[in-house]
Design a protein around this ligand. Sequence first.
Ligand SMILES: Nc1ncnc2c1ncn2[C@@H]1O[C@H](COP(=O)(O)OP(=O)(O)O)[C@@H](O)[C@H]1O
Ligand SMILES: [Mg+2]
Length: 360
Amino acid sequence: LNLVELLLRKEGPLQVESLMKYVDTALESSSRAAEMTKQLLTLSRKSELKLAPVDVTLSLKHVLKLCQNSFPKSVELDFHIGEKPLRVQADPLQIEQVMLNLCINASHAMTIMRPERGRHGGVLTVQTEKVDCDRNICARHPDARPGIPYIMIRVSDTGVGMDEETSRQIFDPFFTTKKQEEGTGLGLAIAYGIVEQHGGFIDVYSEPGKGSAFNVYIPALNDISPEQRPGAARANIITGSGKILVIDDENAILHIARGMLEQCGYEALTAPSGPEGIEIYMREHASIDGVLLDLAMPGMSGLELFKYMKEIYPGVKVLLTSGLMENEDIRTAMALGVRGFLQKPYSVEELSLKIKEVLG
Ligand SMILES: Nc1ncnc2c1ncn2[C@@H]1O[C@H](COP(=O)(O)OP(=O)(O)O)[C@@H](O)[C@H]1O
Ligand SMILES: [Mg+2]
């Protein structure tokens, strides 16, 4: 586990004090420490991630301005900014930070990283494109999902490039080949963390003496995708597919659960009572991937129902829900083979996560 992973895995916001302490002991140079602290604090703000539809084309325009204002004139900026919006579900500031970190590295690779330093320069090219992940890329990146559209942002330079040994380490926090004042080794670690949080990945190509290309892939927002429906902008839902049977004696819950499941990409069947649930399950279990089951129903309890369904099909995947979940019920259900629990009331995010876990 590297530092960034550690930071990103924390649930809540990190204690600023413990971060400071870490940075203090890890570093001697005070100015370097200050810069790192700033960057580490960016990482620790994970819980404040504000996801909303973001147009990458617009982000790119902002980044271009920043580059024009701060890079040496020897770095020629070749930004291909199209007219079409390229939408992703993202934190807009973080996406800009990823692009900026890559552009700064590209600029360095053509100036201060050259053996003769200074002047030489080169061309910094940025391109964006909506793509599907091809097989080569999917094979290299376990996180890549074939068949879903991604927005790709390519930042390439004609700088010094990297050998294989360097390439292997570039995403490690604090790995840098630059002088103390020029690098912290955190730029790419941070970019990696951000992109990963957005469900994306980074593909790198480089050749010593020729240059480098960093391709950032972030899942695209489709115009017909459920994430874009009004009210879903904040939702951090995990999508899936398959047919889910919802059994609950409250009609309102059935209605809400169906809406949520559809929002997550599932198809939902609903049954307003235990016996009706069993009837549907008996008839259609071959096409039902999972069951969302209310624990407390009049007549036949969720657990009894579960036993019947297990007789119909022993591999039945059940996610139990309840407003009042006693530890004892949970233990009993676990022993019987229920796959998961969800406390009512639940959010679409919670449901999407649990149902994915249960379906395995
Ligand atoms: N475009 C690039 N061309 C050549 N080397 C690069 C490029 N981008 C990153 N690197 C290498 O990766 C290292 C880590 O980059 P980064 O995490 O941004 O830290 P820093 O820029 O502070 O050194 C750099 O020190 C450099 O050796
Ligand atoms: Mg950097």
